[in-house]
Each structure stands twice: as structure tokens, then as C-alpha cells.
Design a protein around this ligand. Structure first.
Ligand code: FES
Length: 106
């Protein structure tokens, strides 16, 4: 489910996010992972729901990211949990690019 509440926050420079290296940012105490997939920027909850691991430190393969601890698998654009150990879908956040900055609504 995408969070459409809240206000926009600048979280990173657009050029700092590459296809092969996600970024992790903290907004209001929440860890959010930023990913670039086929040129588009996506923002999803960064802490794995199974235990404590940052998904942005996991393994990205196309549109999916695998948790570095126990291999939960998530679809980056939708946050959908693709392997049961992940326990639930991830929260996703609205993203926009403005003036070379990545903004996330949270
Ligand atoms: S902490 Fe992510 S699968 Fe266990």
C-alpha cells in the first residue's frame, strides 16, 4: 500500500542513485530504501518485516530485492512479498524528482 499522506521531503540527489546501488534514508524515524529500476525511482520500507535487516543492503535483481539475512524476496515497484518468509508486503512511498532532487512523501 502506498503512503499518500504526509509531506514531501528531499532525500537524495537524483544522480546519487544508480541501478545497482540502492540508498537508505531515514525520515521521521522510518528507514526507507530508494531503488532505481529501469530508470524509475521507487521508495519502499527498508527494514525487513521478518527480523532486522536492511533490504537496501540485500541483493537487487531487476525488479526484486532479496533480504541479505534469510532470503525474503520483495517486488520493488509494489512492495509485494514474493517469498513467504517475508511475512507481509512492504509499505511503498510516493516519489518525485524535482530540480535534480529525489523527494519522498512521508
Ligand atoms: S530478516 Fe529478512 S528474511 Fe529474515
Amino acid at each position: 500500500m502506498t503512503d499518500t499522506e504526509g509531506t514531501w521531503h528531499v532525500v537524495a540527489r537524483d544522480e546519487a542513485l544508480t541501478e545497482d546501488q540502492p540508498l537508505s534514508v531515514t525520515l521521521g524515524g522510518q528507514r526507507i530504501g530508494l531503488y532505481r529500476v529501469s530508470g524509475a525511482v521507487h521508495a519502499i520500507e527498508d527494514v525487513c518485516p521478518h527480523a532486522f535487516a536492511l533490504l537496501s543492503e540485500g541483493f537487487v535483481d531487476g525488479e526484486t530485492v532479496e533480504c541479505p539475512l534469510h532470503e525474503a524476496l520483495f517486488h520493488i515497484p509494489t512492495g509485494k512479498c514474493l517469498r513467504e518468509i517475508g511475512q507481509r508486503d512492504l509499505k511503498t512511498y510516493e516519489v518525485k524528482i524535482d530540480g535534480g532532487n529525489i523527494l519522498v512523501r512521508a
